[in-house]
Write a protein that binds this ligand. Sequence first.
Ligand SMILES: NC(=O)c1ccc[n+]([C@@H]2O[C@H](COP(=O)([O-])OP(=O)(O)OC[C@H]3O[C@@H](n4cnc5c(N)ncnc54)[C@H](OP(=O)(O)O)[C@@H]3O)[C@@H](O)[C@H]2O)c1
Length: 413
Amino acid sequence: MSSLATRSAQAVRQASRRSTRSATPRLVAQPAGTKAYSLLARSAVLSANSASRQPSVTGVRGVKTLDFAGTKEDVYERSDWPVAKLQEYFKNDTLALIGYGSQGHGQGLNARDNGLNVIVGVRKDGESWKQAMEDGWVPGETLFPIEEAIKKGTIIMNLLSDAAQSQTWPQLAPLITKGKTLYFSHGFSVVFKEDTKVIPPKDVDVILVAPKGSGRTVRTLFKEGRGINSSIAVWQDVTGKAKEKAVALGVGVGSGYLYETTFEKEVYSDLYGERGVLMGGIQGMFLAQYKVLRANGHSPSEAFNETVEEATQSLFPLIGQKGMDYMYNACSTTARRGALDWAPIFEKANLPVFEKLYESVKNGTETRKSLEFNGRKTYREDLAKELKEIDDQEIWRAGKTVRSLRPDYKPEA
Ligand SMILES: NC(=O)c1ccc[n+]([C@@H]2O[C@H](COP(=O)([O-])OP(=O)(O)OC[C@H]3O[C@@H](n4cnc5c(N)ncnc54)[C@H](OP(=O)(O)O)[C@@H]3O)[C@@H](O)[C@H]2O)c1
């Protein structure tokens, strides 16, 4: 149990305010790609290309217009919302954070550290209730059963699992009364309303702040004085202030930069991305490459190293730092030639799969599957079984031994 849990509510609030001051995130406004990287610096031609790719930035008070590969987009930033302004803006509000999973934890603690008035609503004595108490939320003061928290809140942040948002909606909807604001971190529930039955009342603002990462990252980046990128959107603007509120809340929960989108685009891109390259696609690609190596007599360690270890430890971080061309440039001429030849072949083979995936997202098939699976009573056990099947695959068993040889290895729990 953390030491926070043993403090009184007042001490927790004071600690929050203290840590707000000391950990007030400083904006590190350093656009990626502003420095020529060393490999390219050696090549006059490539350096010239690199210079022409410098991001063009124009800004008016915290709103930057950035040129994203030829398309101009507005990006909102934290610097326009210093902590004092945030606290003043939300001085009459109570943020009722419903659900305390990954996002509830990250967003809730960040908003509390920003000195905002936050309460948590979860099922009494469930896993989340215990977790919230460990993080210093106090039953009867800042921690309540869900319905009670909604009644007390002015901004209702629905951070239940997407399936739970749908299941609980009939009980929760009547409590979301005129004047309150309804907040989501995913467009899922309202965009796919035919399936989820989540139809917000007509007299409340409905907004979205969707951090582009896990709630744990939302928290760690905030504590490091940085901030996660988030999408913001408005579904319903009753007060005329919905967008401003979304930006302010985005900053309040720990975002550094906020990109404007719509609920539809947020949910389509998110469901598509995680099924594709981010999770489903990468597992499928790793496995296919590994299987062919094994079928051709390569040892598990060789197949793993050549498929996963080199990717995650050496090459993918280079893409993250400075782009695909930088990674190509950092590799041998032999590797580069082959990769340049094979990339379009993979693109052609994968394009129809991605088109099929996007359609499956857009027509709601993916939503219905997710609601069915995650709405089962046995969903935790069913998920654990499927994840164990992955963990038992030879590729990932081989990976455990490969990881144990890393210089910084710590035994896995
Ligand atoms: N995780 C991410 O990386 C991520 C990123 C961006 C946006 N989002 C979005 O943020 C929202 C929250 O996601 P999350 O991953 O933080 O949450 P999650 O872990 O999927 O959901 C956990 C919460 O839902 C509660 N819950 C589950 N079933 C319930 C039920 N039948 N009745 C009442 N409570 C129930 C759990 O409470 P108990 O402990 O009591 O079961 C827990 O507090 C979602 O809309 C998600 O799409 C997530």
